[in-house]
Design a protein around this ligand. Structure first.
Ligand code: 4AD
Ligand code: MG
Length: 429
């Protein structure tokens, strides 16, 4: 019977055949241990010379790393195995013999691994990270569908910019100039006026010359937008969403978290509500701790980490100065120099995972703001129409998928959290 590694538990003491790759092996004169992987999981195949026979044993011993195989064997329960099962191999058919696979069990440098990203993805660690990424995406759809949101897809090629004009990727759109989307937000605002509560999930692009462990040139963002919801309503959605994602990964990715040696005690307590502090309070905290920062300056990674260290949950920093935030954020009616916004800072130094705000709903103020930011009337005419025709209070936010994967999986650098990272000096593979 043909099956997969993830399904072997249904076939204990039965003979099964699995299509797999040889991840690693070791052997002695009488017994060979095959580390097999098939995409759904990892399992150890045991070939005992006396039982499998001379021919199968010799064949197994000579197989090379990453050769593809059909392995036949009997499924055994085994408490010592991470997955709980082992395979007593009775036969092997080699599909393709791999010669000189470049990624060997020894240590390799990061650049070497990045050059071989297309193969590196097969490793146990990368497999676990991709499975966690997948679970976060699954839990995202589950959460927003249960909350009555409609998934809407904003365009990738656009004429407008949401997050400033300095880091746009330019391209030609026949005779016009176009950019790759930095954020779907402006289009999601239009969608919210049509469908109420919406969310998008798609690639976004920032031509940022930053080379940090938190920045990608191409990253994926989840962007909910909600009509008739104010800043506080939005924070509640955010903390419930993040809680759902964390708890889903804890429940459904136990093997993966274990493969990554993730300290899950740091995730278990992450349940809404999350602490909230204002930008002013954050500045005071930092000054008290000896950081050189003045009111009006934006936070850098060390500042975010210093604040996050004071909490064992993610923390919202709210009410930033308008001058350091995007043009569309609504000023606080009680204090015009700050805006109704929040960044959600993850614990353990993983930085800002969400940026969000209530949006300006007043037509005149919005016009003033985008003129201040030198954005053209013509390009934003459609965006202004949303204020002209039935404007309502509305809020939304963007969660960066890769930073969230990095945090939950305990991965130091975002380059390992996306299958094929686009980095400052990397377009290959
Ligand atoms: O804070 P940002 O720039 O917010 C927006 O784009 C809003 N328009 C979202 C909205 O309200 N709909 O980006 C949102 C999140 C950040 O908190 C961060 O997690 C992630 O996107 N992010 C990046 N992730 C990886 N690499 C980069 N260069 C990133 N820039 C932002
Ligand atoms: Mg931000």
């Amino acid at each position: 019977m043909k099956t997969t590694i993830s399904q072997v538990g249904k076939h204990v003491e039965e003979t099964v055949t699995i299509g797999a790759w040889l991840a690693n092996k070791r052997s002695s004169g009488k017994i060979a241990f095959l580390q097999l992987r098939d995409g759904t999981g990892f399992i150890q195949g045991v070939v005992v010379k006396a039982e499998a026979g001379e021919e199968v044993f010799t064949q197994a011993k000579e197989m090379t790393q990453e050769s593809s195989l059909y392995v036949t064997g009997i499924v055994r329960e085994d408490d010592r195995a991470p997955s709980g099962y082992e395979l007593t191999v009775t036969g092997v058919e080699v599909i393709n013999e791999a010669k000189d696979y470049p990624i060997t069990p020894k240590e390799h440098g990061t650049e070497f691994l990045m050059d071989h990203r297309h193969l590196w993805l097969r490793s146990k660690r990368q497999h676990a990270i991709m499975k966690i990424r997948n679970e976060i995406i699954r839990a995202t759809y589950e959460f927003f569908h249960e909350e009555g949101f409609v998934k809407v897809d904003p365009p990738i090629l656009t004429g407008s910019s949401a997050e400033g004009t300095t880091n746009l990727f330019h391209t030609k759109y026949f005779d016009e100039n176009a950019y790759l989307s930095q954020s779907g937000q402006l289009y999601m605002e239009a969608a919210a006026m049509a469908l109420g509560k919406v969310f998008s999930f798609g690639p976004t692009f920032r031509a940022e010359k930053s080379k940090t462990r938190r920045h990608l040139i191409e990253f994926w963002m989840i962007e909910p937008e909600m009509a008739f919801m104010d800043h506080d309503d939005s924070l509640e959605v955010q903390e419930n969403y993040v809680t759902h994602v964390i708890q889903s990964v804890l429940k459904n990715c136990k093997l993966e978290l274990k493969a990554l040696d993730r300290d899950t005690s740091k995730l278990e307590n992450i349940v809404a509500p999350f602490p909230r502090i204002t930008y002013d309070e954050a500045i005071d905290m930092l000054k008290k701790d000896g950081h050189e920062i003045e009111w009006g300056e934006d936070f850098g990674a060390p500042h975010e980490t210093a604040i996050a260290e004071k909490y064992d949950k993610p923390v919202f920093i709210t009410h930033y100065p308008a001058d350091i935030k995007a043009f569309y954020m609504k000023p606080d009616p009680n204090r015009e120099e700050v805006v109704l916004c929040a960044d959600l800072i993850a614990p353990e130094g993983y930085g800002e995972v969400i940026g969000g705000s209530q949006r300006i709903d007043d037509e005149a103020l919005l016009k003033e703001r985008y003129q201040e930011h030198n954005l053209s009337d013509e390009t934003y005419k459609w965006y202004m129409d949303l204020r002209t025709y039935g404007s309502v209070p509305h809020s939304g936010f963007g969660l960066g998928l890769e930073r969230t994967v990095a945090w939950i999986s305990g991965t130091e650098h975002v380059r390992e959290t996306i299958p094929f990272p686009r980095l400052l000096n990397r377009l290959y593979p």
